[in-house]
Design a protein around this ligand. Structure first.
Ligand SMILES: [Ca+2]
Ligand SMILES: [Ca+2]
Ligand SMILES: [Ca+2]
Length: 130
């Protein structure tokens, strides 16, 4: 459960609030009978939107002739996890250089990108040992 919405009703008994529902349909969230918001699906920040707004309703007097509905919202932010590898945007290159090339001469430039965000997208470059 990721949150709890609660509605109160001044009436007692059958006219009190008993029914909650997700109005704006995102099938990845469901509500329990007590207004608890429950995750019921999967999220991918890089494929889906990174924030979701769902609307919750509370209805009183189930089955009664006069019923009232209240609405509230839940704003959900999908936080990043490090689930993507860096990808080189430059491929294997063939280079030649004179045997008297000075030290610190740059001979190639490689760039890698990572579609995560923040620390999960930061890239350092290494030449592996061996
Ligand atoms: Ca992802
Ligand atoms: Ca990610
Ligand atoms: Ca990453």
């Amino acid at each position: 459960m990721i949150g709890l919405v609660e509605a109160t009703d001044a009436n007692n008994g059958i006219d009190g609030v008993t029914t909650y529902s997700v109005v704006e349909v995102d099938s990845r969230f469901r509500l329990d009978d007590n207004g608890g918001v429950i995750v019921f699906g999967f999220f991918d920040r890089e494929v889906d939107v990174s924030s979701i707004l769902i609307t919750i309703s509370a209805v009183d007097a189930p089955g009664g002739p006069i019923r009232y509905t209240a609405y509230t919202n839940v704003s959900i932010t999908i936080l990043d996890i490090n689930d993507n590898f860096p990808i080189f945007t430059t491929n294997h290159q063939y280079k030649s250089l004179p045997e008297n090339t000075p030290v610190t001469t740059s001979i190639a430039q490689f760039i890698a990108t990572d579609i995560d965000i923040g620390l999960n997208s930061q890239i350092r470059y290494y030449i592996p040992p061996g």
